[in-house]
Design a protein around this ligand. Structure first.
Ligand code: ATP
Ligand code: MG
Length: 181
């Protein structure tokens, strides 16, 4: 399974509808500083609910909505189209789509998730992703600055990161929990 296309509407710097194609094996995005490369990565984290707004470099989720001179359309959405021809996600469809939309209001913002265009909850999205071995708590994206951070942290912190990546951290947690009972 791989991402075929990302569609962005009013997400961060993408004020106009943008469709970004991805290839089967390897895709590079290049462009000048501030042109929106990292915003594309943020859109993946946002759409799949893989992180909080801080790691998407936004104070609050409404900062993810495109705005110029304080004017904002009030909503944003990102759709990821997955190629599922290898049936890695156990659904008998060649294409699987996940959409997340946020709408801001006076009382805050509201998030809406869709799986194949049907409204679902975030936990349902995560259940589907888990079936394709994408763990929402996993180390899915190497963010800008992560490589230098891994070099700079203490040995203990680095060991913790490796345990997370290797997937053994969750068993350590379960062991601790069992021992404390
Ligand atoms: P670099 O090469 O420096 O890492 P980049 O291509 O990764 O740059 P991004 O960080 O993706 O660039 O994009 C930053 C740009 O996105 C900034 O110009 C910023 O103003 C713009 N931006 C972020 N949030 C919004 C928003 N809500 N509305 C409009 N523009 C936004
Ligand atoms: Mg960047």
């Amino acid at each position: 399974m791989h991402i075929k296309e990302i569609e962005l509407n009013n997400f961060k710097s993408f004020g106009r509808k943008a469709k970004i194609p991805f290839f089967d094996d390897f895709t590079t995005i290049s462009g000048p500083n501030g042109s929106g490369k990292s915003n594309v990565i943020d859109s993946i984290l946002f759409c799949l609910g893989l992180s909080n707004s801080r790691s998407m470099r936004a104070e609050k989720l409404t900062d993810l909505i495109y705005s110029v001179n304080g004017k904002s359309p009030g909503s944003a959405d990102v759709t990821i189209r997955f190629d599922n021809t290898d049936r890695e996600m156990p659904i008998d469809q060649d294409e699987v789509t996940i959409t997340r939309r946020i709408k801001s209001s006076d009382s805050g913002y509201y998030s809406y998730y869709y799986f194949n265009e049907k409204p679902v909850s975030l936990s349902e999205i995560h259940e589907h992703l888990l079936k394709a071995k994408i763990s929402p708590d996993g180390y899915n994206v190497v963010m800008q600055g992560d490589v230098t951070r891994i070099i700079e942290v203490s040995n203990f912190e680095r060991r913790k990161m490796i345990d997370e990546i290797a997937g053994t951290a969750e068993f350590d947690e379960k062991t601790d929990k069992a021992l404390s009972e």
